[in-house]
Design a protein around this ligand. Structure first.
Ligand code: NAD
Ligand code: UD1
Length: 333
């Protein structure tokens, strides 16, 4: 299939473009480069032997999107969004405009070009504070604690309403748990601007000597070692999940929701220890206050993705840390 990949230069998008090429699909990337660098396109070419088609454009530009979608596109994987939780609190309009507005513009362009297959990047954040673990897809959507989370909840609703109005749409909604790691080649990975908000990129910068120590947000949670527990998933496993969802549901109209995680939780201290082992570096840390809005633990029930998509994860926490370190300590940037 010829697949339009919005946000395909970004962290998860670039790994998915690699997986699409490896699966024999033809990705067409559209990205405005607001949080990524064009050099990634060339590096995808080095990994796969094929430099993907790339268009620098904004998904809110309906005219450009309609033109792109009309050029033989069979399906779209929609990653393009802003994702910094703190920034979304400070500037909510930017998030509603880019994420919700961008999705609506892209959907209308796709529909007018007759493209009715869309894989959507959602997040476990839509579950809010979990009442029960593991989280299953049938659990109710919760209350978001920030505008970024609300944009995901709103976009999921937009997609459900779109399918009610036009039953031709096939829409796998993929709820990611905590994507981390990098391509095993060390050629592409996550490259957050400034001081990272998320745990693994922060730990990586401490290992690399760019930051002094990790601040562990709370050690008094009702978890085995008192620190927050999350379901970290290797970005390559996550990427492959998109290909499975696309292939399995390509001629299967409906809204199909899947959790993509490993089904296993790891604590903050476990992750720090695993990263120390992968990097061979000491990672100093300090226990500080809980971060507002954090939940104690979150991990997925992944049975539905396993049985419907034949998908399960290949990489564990040690691989996630080793590949992240290869990327962070390596030369490509
Ligand atoms: P990223 O910032 O690395 O990638 C997003 C890409 O989209 C960037 O290359 C950016 O330049 C582009 N983009 C943003 N707005 C755009 C617009 N209006 N038009 C065109 N391009 C635009 O982020 P990522 O981690 O790869 O996340 C991809 C998707 O997955 C996002 O929708 C994000 O909300 C979702 N998600 C990410 C995580 C995570 O932890 N990384 C977790 C859950 C969900
Ligand atoms: C966060 C966002 C979530 C978003 C996801 C992916 C919040 C409240 N949630 O999820 O909306 O979808 O990122 O972008 O921001 N931790 C530390 N020290 C740090 C950083 C994190 O101890 O410097 C802890 C956190 O308290 C948590 C765990 O590490 O227990 C993972 O944090 P993080 O990587 O930020 O992911 P989430 O909080 O799960």
């Amino acid at each position: 299939m010829r697949v339009l990949v919005s946000g395909g230069v970004g962290f998860i998008g670039s790994h998915t473009v690699v997986a699409l090429i490896e699966a024999g699909h033809e990705p067409v990337i559209v990205d405005n480069l607001s949080n990524s660098d064009e050099s990634v396109v060339g590096r995808i070419g080095e990994i796969t032997g094929h430099v993907p088609e790339f268009h620098k454009a904004d998904v809110r530009d309906v005219e450009s999107m309609t033109e792109l979608a009309g050029a033989g596109i069979d399906a779209c994987i929609h990653f393009a969004a802003l994702k910094a939780v703190g920034e979304s609190v400070a500037d909510p309009m930017k998030y509603y405009d880019n994420n919700v507005g961008g999705t609506i513009a892209l959907l209308s362009a796709l529909e007018s070009a007759g493209v009715t297959r869309l894989v959507f990047s959602s997040s476990a954040t839509v579950y809010g504070d979990p009442e029960k673990l593991p989280l299953t897809e049938s659990m109710p959507i919760g209350v978001a604690t920030n505008p970024y989370g609300w944009t995901k909840i709103m976009m999921e609703q937009v997609l459900r309403d779109l399918h009610v109005a036009n039953e031709e749409w096939s829409i796998p909604i993929l709820r990611y748990f905590n994507p981390v790691g990098a391509h095993p080649s060390g050629m592409i990975g996550e490259d957050p601007q400034g001081i990272p908000n998320n745990l693994m990129p922060y730990v990586a910068k401490v290992a690399a000597g760019e930051l002094d120590h990790v601040r562990v947000f709370g050690a008094d949670y009702p978890t085995p070692d008192g620190t927050g527990v999350r379901d970290y998933i290797h970005v390559v496993d996550l990427a492959v999940g998109h290909i499975r969802a696309l292939d399995v549901h390509s001629d299967d109209p409906g809204v199909h929701v899947y959790n993509l995680g490993t089904g296993r939780g790891h604590s903050v201290l476990e992750l720090i220890k695993a990263y120390e082992e992968a990097s061979g570096r000491k990672i100093p840390y300090e226990i500080v206050e809980r971060r507002p809005g954090d939940v104690a633990a979150s991990f997925a029930d992944v049975q539905k993705a396993y049985s419907d998509l034949g998908w399960s994860t290949e990489f564990g926490l040690a691989d996630m840390c080793a590949h992240s370190w290869k990327w962070v300590s390596g030369a490509p940037r």
